[in-house]
Write a protein that binds this ligand. Structure first.
Ligand SMILES: [Zn+2]
Length: 292
């Protein structure tokens, strides 16, 4: 059951659903207008968000920003009759989706050829059932790196930060509220034979995110976390990235070094993260360079 949660004074977000991969949708409510963050994984998802806002008499969004091109953040767009904003990279990636069909056969075929991944194909089947009336609507307004939107009393800075998950990833910084909406930016790259992180790309991303003076961070498939929780997560990513470089992606050595540096058994999140870095090293080698 999805709920609408209020964060501080001007930000609302709808909780995610893991089975159908529905991400968090956000609303930043200014004195003059409301900005919606991400369009959802289906028209039903977008409509549910709008109706929940309406129930609480929150002014309906007048614009929507897309954090990146992945299906679960954009397929709700045709249900929104408002201008949409995205980075030019996001638009270019969305254009590639236009010719696709979304039947089980077409999805399975794309999974087989490596264009689609099983994780998304099965979430699409779960979200849509037999009704695959999926349309890709392109964003109306694009920007390259930074765009600032003044909503009246609160402003949002949209900034492309890239990262392994998707090179077009945009974060939304809500300055007056000290909230950073991260989208999926700090997650691993899932569109690969093995889910992975690359050391230099992660370090560059985390450095870029440090410029934002935030005390609350929103992870699209998680929840809103405090600065302290964010710092635990990013310290782990930085440590795993450095060990990947030091031990050239050798999983066992990385694990042992991590364990002795923290002087305890590693938890599931740490082990998974180290595995993703080892995968990234195996797939891409030591010097990949970032996309941004
Ligand atoms: Zn994503």
């Amino acid at each position: 059951m999805q709920t609408l949660e209020k964060l501080k004074h001007r930000v609302w977000y709808q909780t995610p659903v893991s089975e159908t991969d529905r991400p968090i949708l956000g609303a930043v409510v200014g004195d003059r207008m409301t900005l919606m963050i991400d369009a959802g994984n289906s028209e039903a998802h977008a409509q549910l968000f709008l109706s929940e806002l309406e129930k609480l008499r929150i002014p309906s969004p007048r614009m929507v920003v897309l954090t990146h091109w992945h299906w679960d953040h954009i397929f709700g767009l045709p249900a929104l009759d408002i201008p949409s904003i995205a980075s030019n990279l996001t638009k270019a990636e969305m254009e590639k989706l236009i010719p696709y069909q979304w039947t089980d056969e077409a999805l399975d075929e794309r999974v087989k050829s490596g264009i689609e991944i099983e994780f998304c194909a099965s979430a699409i089947k779960n979200e849509y059932g037999n009704d695959r009336s999926i349309k890709v609507k392109l964003p109306d307004i694009t920007f390259e790196n930074i765009l600032e939107i003044d909503l009246g009393g609160v402003s949002c800075q949209l900034q492309r930060v890239g990262g392994d998950h998707s090179p077009d990833s945009v974060v939304v910084y809500i300055k007056e509220e000290k909230i950073l909406f991260l989208g999926d930016a700090i997650y691993a790259n899932l569109y690969a034979s093995k889910w992975n992180y690359t050391a230099d790309c992660v370090l560059q991303l985390l450095d870029a995110l440090e410029q934002f003076d935030a005390d609350t961070y929103i992870l699209s498939h998680g929840t809103a976390i405090s600065k302290a929780e964010y710092q635990v997560e990013t310290a782990m990513l930085r440590k795993a990235a450095r060990l990947t470089e030091e031990f050239e992606g050798q999983m066992e050595e990385m694990k042992n070094a991590y364990q002795s540096s923290v002087n305890r058994e590693l938890n599931g999140n740490e082990l998974e993260t180290i595995q993703y870095f080892a995968n990234g090293y195996e797939l891409k080698g030591p010097s990949t360079g970032s996309d941004i």
